[in-house]
Design a protein around this ligand. Structure first.
Ligand SMILES: NC(=O)c1ccc[n+]([C@@H]2O[C@H](COP(=O)([O-])OP(=O)(O)OC[C@H]3O[C@@H](n4cnc5c(N)ncnc54)[C@H](O)[C@@H]3O)[C@@H](O)[C@H]2O)c1
Length: 458
């Protein structure tokens, strides 16, 4: 029976290890964090993901966690490959360390699979030479890069159902890795070489990032033109060869916000990818700009952020645009409250929905959690009735009916007049004019031109 040693028991490594074990493979899961190993060996899971508990139940007789690798037929590396935020260069230290940990156990005929996302050429330049320190040469051991493309929230479904790219060092490596994945993968398997596989994974996420940046620029242009980008996108997407993505308050997550830098870190010529990153990274500034316009005249504003996860219906906050938005809003002098029913841990304290909105001046939807779509505005006890919907998920008519001034990211169409009483600030907020409406009467009064002239809002 095959034995696999999986290095890295995080969001990717653990589900992969459990899928192999649930399909009859003996799996040793290795993590350098003793807490992760202890958690698993006590029958618990270090994080939640739909379906993972029952999978663990099926896998646990063939899965053991350790802090050190041991001899196996296959070694699979799924360790982090973060971006150094200062230099925008990949940090390959975890991958290097994993390869060095495998080397003493490596034997002729073993297969080593790298699942971690890496810049093109990393397998040849960084991983294989470290594995060869074992005294066994590439060719005598088999090697493949098999990038992972599953998304949080659907990890198990996608790991088994998605097609996969397998980039082998040589023919034998590619075929052996294909056979190993066929243990549980139902999707089509496409074979290539290691460097192409590394490149393809980065290309996919870069393509999404650039297209989101384009949607974000469309949103800003639409506001300048006085139209609603969401309606415009729906119409443009009726074209059989056009797919415009949705704009939003920024791009987060472990892949799309990072992988484009991996693709370009060795390039001296390419500019579009970096510009797209800049546009997407500037979207929290753009949302702040909208908030500043709406909150003008309110003394000591309190804002309430709904959603700090980087995307809807998950609790993952890695690279979430909420971090930057919160920092900008606090620097602006706002008191910031956050609510996210999916997130368990966050550096800014999380409040329950009622406490977060109570007495606040502006509700800002940053994440498209389904539960936010049906919020009843009638039940909100806010000091000032302002809402910014950066994801276009609210029933805006319902909110304006309850007296809210609603701003939707990308909607520059004139706002329907709202009953004046609903827009009144509570007495005492405006010493000079206590009846001054809080919200502007129409969006074109905002200055939406990009200050840096490059489409970014930095
Ligand atoms: N999470 C995703 O959605 C996703 C999707 C596609 C690809 N990826 C890629 O997969 C890789 C892993 O990502 P992740 O999200 O699972 O990371 P993660 O941070 O959730 O987990 C990585 C685990 O590896 C452990 N680790 C670090 N060095 C180790 C070593 N030498 N030996 C054993 N364990 C070690 C860490 O302690 C951690 O528990 C990254 O390259 C990432 O870019 C992630």
């Amino acid at each position: 029976m095959m034995k696999i040693c999986v290095l890295g028991l995080g969001y990717i490594g653990l589900p992969t290890a459990l899928l192999f074990a649930a399909h009859g493979v003996n799996v040793v899961g290795v993590d350098v964090k003793q807490s992760v190993v202890d958690c698993l060996n006590h029958g618990n899971l270090p994080f939640s993901e739909p379906g993972i508990e029952s999978l663990y139940g099926e896998a646990k007789d063939r899965f053991f966690a350790r802090t050190e690798p041991e001899a196996a037929d296959v070694f699979l590396i799924a360790v982090p490959t973060p971006l150094d935020p200062a230099t925008k260069v990949s940090d390959l230290s975890y991958v290097k360390n994993a390869a060095e940990m495998i080397a003493p156990h490596l034997r002729e005929g073993n297969l080593i699979i790298l699942e971690s996302t890496v810049p093109p050429g990393t397998s040849e330049r960084v991983v294989i030479p470290r594995l060869e320190k074992s005294g066994v040469a590439a060719g005598e051991f088999l090697y493949a890069h098999c990038p992972e493309r599953a998304i949080p929230g659907r990890t198990l479904q996608e790991m088994a159902g998605n097609c996969r790219i397998i980039g082998g060092y040589d023919r034998d490596s590619t075929d052996r890795a294909t056979a190993v994945y066929q243990t549980f993968v139902r999707g089509q398997i496409y074979q290539t070489d290691t460097r192409t596989a590394e490149f393809v994974k980065l290309m996919e996420n870069t393509c999404r990032d650039v297209n989101i940046a384009l949607a974000n620029e469309f949103a800003q242009l639409a506001e300048e033109c006085g139209i609603n980008v969401w309606e415009a996108i729906t119409l443009a997407n009726k074209h059989p060869r056009v797919t415009v993505l949705n704009p939003g308050p920024g791009v987060g997550g472990h892949c799309i916000a990072i992988d484009p830098w991996f693709l370009t870190e060795n390039s001296t010529r390419c500019r579009m990818v970096a510009t797209a990153r800049e546009v997407n990274d500037s979207m929290p500034n753009y949302v702040l700009h909208i908030a500043r316009s709406m909150l003008a005249g309110i003394r000591n504003p309190t804002i309430c952020i709904f959603g700090v996860a980087y995307k809807g219906n998950i609790g993952d906050t890695r690279e979430s645009p909420a971090f930057k938005f919160i920092q900008l809003a606090e620097n602006e002098g706002y008191t910031v409250r956050c609510h996210d029913p999916h997130v368990k841990e966050f550096p800014h304290s999380l409040m329950d929905a009622t406490d977060a909105v109570a007495g606040s001046d502006c509700l800002i939807i940053l994440t498209d959690h389904d539960c936010f779509r049906t919020i009843d505005p009638a039940g909100l006890r806010m000091r000032t009735k302002l809402v910014i919907d950066a994801r276009n998920i609210l029933d805006h008519e319902k909110w304006t009916d309850q007296g809210f001034a609603v701003r939707v990211l990308g909607d520059g169409s004139p706002i329907q007049p709202v009953p004046l009483a609903g827009l009144m600030a509570p007495a005492g907020l405006y010493p000079a004019d206590a009846t001054r409406p809080v919200a502007p009467s129409s969006s074109p009064s905002f200055s939406l031109l990009s200050p840096n002239g490059r489409g970014g809002y930095l």
